[in-house]
Ligand binder design. Structure first.
Ligand code: NAD
Length: 497
């Protein structure tokens, strides 16, 4: 059985804790590797290596650091197919989706190539009599990222590309469910010319996470995962005096006004609701048609599309989506479907019994569609994170606007309408961090910043883009006055001794 270790000080090292996590192949439901879970000492080695390497890395000029990012970008492109196949083998998402996952991360690497421009600081000449004032952005030192299973390439790259280009050293603690792509990225960074120790991967569970939170040499923590853990990370990291951004779960609504193009909406909802088996933090999980006619028209179009979704293996190009990540997660989604039925929602497409011939032990689940979901139902209030779309009918614009606004999560939301005025009103009033207008999954590009509101994000600085640069740097402001008497006097060049 393959054993997976860590990447510390510029090389792959096998773990020595004797504790392992089973990494599954979700297509066949079997263990494919044993992941070593780090000890506090192993984490300590990674931090010590990062701390040492960061001094020279921070002193390397920004354009040389950016050149490493240019090389890294080219290497990811070179290995895209192999990385995508590796990613699918642990996650189960289709190859097209896996390439999308890597591609969105690659865009952040491209953004990081231009970071010298964003850290060059500000200068005010003559801020007072003979006084100049300037500010510079300096790296924090050693920083860490803790990432979820659902984007094994994109999310580690959101964090690490920006942090490293700003002059920090990085410790990544990836999801124990999909550890291999992060290790490959570490090797590619090495090949791109990154010095040993600037990027480290420490695989582990709560012991490693707590070690990261408590380590005095780690100055900032980026976290993406479920809200309960995000809140824990945020609170604990703050007590240890660290800078922290912690992104959590989601329940993203799509509001459909009566003037919307229902064919477009139905097509978009199939991709946004069921793509990647619904295991996306920006998946649309609730559709809110306004008015009975809109609801009926939407259901007429959606039902046959959900019934004909093609569940399959990741390498089959005609597959709409693959298996869920683990047997436990599949069971949790099934439990939510049972709960929805018990709460009185109408299950109008039932994907529970879908099996894939030849892969009966894989974690596959068909697409399910609920109608008549209401905001008092627990299955509406919580994140399901599976191939389940809930229709929650509303009577008017104000009622529809209130649904995402009063939900505990506030990651993304979409509105479908031809009315510019209503779309504008919605975008300005809705209590959610990322808004799509006739766009189902409004994920900001790398040069903007990504982040939700309410229980979808703890901390106030978002991922990547300008906010990512702010997160991974601290501002130093210098006020300088030079002695007046030198002005007009003969200038004497100081002699070197
Ligand atoms: P998760 O919270 O289970 O795990 C995330 C990370 O936390 C992993 O590295 C894991 O090892 C670690 N972790 C898990 N339990 C822990 C514990 N008790 N103590 C310390 N560390 C712990 O999340 P997941 O299942 O990997 O990912 C899915 C979740 O992530 C969903 O809720 C999804 O909405 C969310 N997500 C959010 C965003 C966003 O940007 N808001 C993006 C992607 C995923």
């Amino acid at each position: 059985m393959q054993q997976i270790g860590h990447f510390i000080g510029g090389k792959i090292v096998s773990g020595n804790s004797g504790r392992f996590h089973d990494v599954f192949d979700p297509v066949i439901g079997q263990i494919q590797a044993k992941l070593s879970l780090a000890t506090i000492d192993e984490l300590g080695l990674a931090v010590a290596s990062a701390k040492k390497a960061q001094i020279d890395w921070a002193a390397t000029n920004p354009q040389r650091r950016a050149r490493v990012m240019f090389n890294f970008k080219a290497l990811i492109e070179r290995d895209l197919d192999a990385l995508a196949a590796l990613l699918s083998s642990e996650h189960g998402k289709t190859h097209a989706d896996a390439k999308g996952d890597i591609g969105r991360g690659l865009e952040v690497v491209e953004f990081a190539c231009g970071i010298p421009h964003l850290i060059k600081g500000e200068f005010s000449q003559g801020a007072g009599p003979k006084i100049d004032m300037y500010s510079m952005r300096q790296p924090l030192g050693v920083v860490a990222g803790i990432t979820p299973f659902n984007f094994p390439a994109m999310i580690p790259l959101w964090m690490s590309a920006v942090a490293i280009a700003c002059g920090n050293a990085f410790i990544l603690k990836p999801s124990e469910k999909c550890p291999s792509v992060p290790l490959k990225l570490a090797e590619l960074l090495q090949e791109a010319g990154l010095a040993d120790g600037v990027f480290n991967v420490v695989n582990g569970d709560r012991i490693a996470v707590d070690g990261i939170l408590e380590h005095p040499d780690i100055k900032a923590i980026s976290f993406v995962g479920s809200s309960a853990i995000a809140e824990y990370i945020y609170a604990k990291a703050a007590t240890y005096g660290k800078r922290v951004q912690a992104m959590g779960g989601a329940k993203n609504h799509a509001i459909i006004l009566p003037d919307a193009d229902l064919d477009q909406v139905a097509n978009d909802l199939i991709g946004a609701g069921y793509g990647s088996a619904g295991e996306r933090c920006m998946a649309i999980s609730v559709a809110v048609p306004v008015g009975e006619q809109t609801a009926e028209g939407l259901i007429d179009r959606l039902r046959p599309k959900v019934e004909s979704l093609k569940i399959g293996v990741p390498s089959d190009a005609s597959t709409d989506y693959g298996p869920l990540i683990t047997a436990e997660h599949r069971q949790s989604v099934l439990n939510w479907i049972e709960k929805g039925i018990a709460e009185g929602a109408e299950l109008i497409v039932d994907g529970r019994n879908t099996k894939l011939q030849g892969y009966e032990n894989g974690y596959f689940l068909g697409g399910s569609l609920f109608d008549k979901v209401t905001s008092d139902m627990e299955s509406y209030k919580q994140e399901i994170f599976g191939p389940v779309l809930q229709i929650a009918r509303s009577e008017n614009f104000e009622q529809a606007l209130a649904m995402p606004s009063s939900h505990q999560y506030g990651n993304g939301v979409a509105i479908y309408t031809k009315s510019g005025g209503l779309a504008r009103e919605f975008a300005s009033r809705v209590d959610v961090g990322m808004v799509g207008i006739n766009v189902p999954i409004p994920v900001p590009l790398a040069y903007h910043s990504f982040g939700g509101w309410k229980r979808s994000a703890f901390g106030d600085i978002n991922q990547h883009g300008p906010e990512g640069v702010r997160f991974y740097t601290k501002t130093k402001t210098v006020t300088a006055r030079w002695p007046e008497e030198l002005l007009g006097s003969e200038f004497v060049i100081p002699q070197m001794k």
